[in-house]
Design a protein around this ligand. Sequence first.
Ligand code: TYD
Length: 206
Amino acid sequence: MFITLEGPEGSGKSSQIPALAQYLEAQGYRVLCTREPGGTSIGDQIRAVLTSMDNPELLPRTEILLFLAARAQLVAQVIRPALREGKVVLCDRYGDSTLAYQGYGHGLDLNSLRAMLNFATEGLKPDLTLLMDLDIKTGLARKKSIDEWNRLDAYEVSFHERVRAGYLQLAEEEPERWQRVDASKPKDEVQTMLRQIVLQRLKDKI
Ligand code: TYD
């Protein structure tokens, strides 16, 4: 089963995934965790270009092609093989980040983005997407406080507001795939919610 975690900046995805993976392993599932952009050697090199503060001239179109290049590599090299082996794949961001950030955030055409996503992933879609939803000011403040500030976070607040609204819209369009989690809640509570949702979905799938 292919599970993705999505959400605006500072929603805590990255810190929740290891505990969620550990829990699922304790329940007897084999789990693979990965993240975007990155997750492969080529992807990590692309990630460095995308997040560097030295690249302020990077255009939205260039940005999307780099995200998609990293994703194509990750899907073929890591995600599909793990799914074939029957693993649960937990991926920190995936195609919906492209729709939310490049589509809703930067205003690139959503239909073109969907076609490009389809090309890059050869049509691989998540079975379940967890939306870690959080208001923008709290999220950005969290990120600044832990010194994880990168080029993409430095876009203006209105950009991040559009991203969040985009996520909520995407979740509304495909309610059977998305589950919204209130990421403003304390860390432990969020973890408990994530475990419940994922375990239920895994049981339903059998
Ligand atoms: P990262 O430091 O991993 O942020 P986070 O911890 O919030 O996931 O940086 C990834 C950034 O890339 C983040 O700002 C979202 C952005 N992004 C896109 O704009 N489009 C995409 O397709 C992906 C995968 C990420």
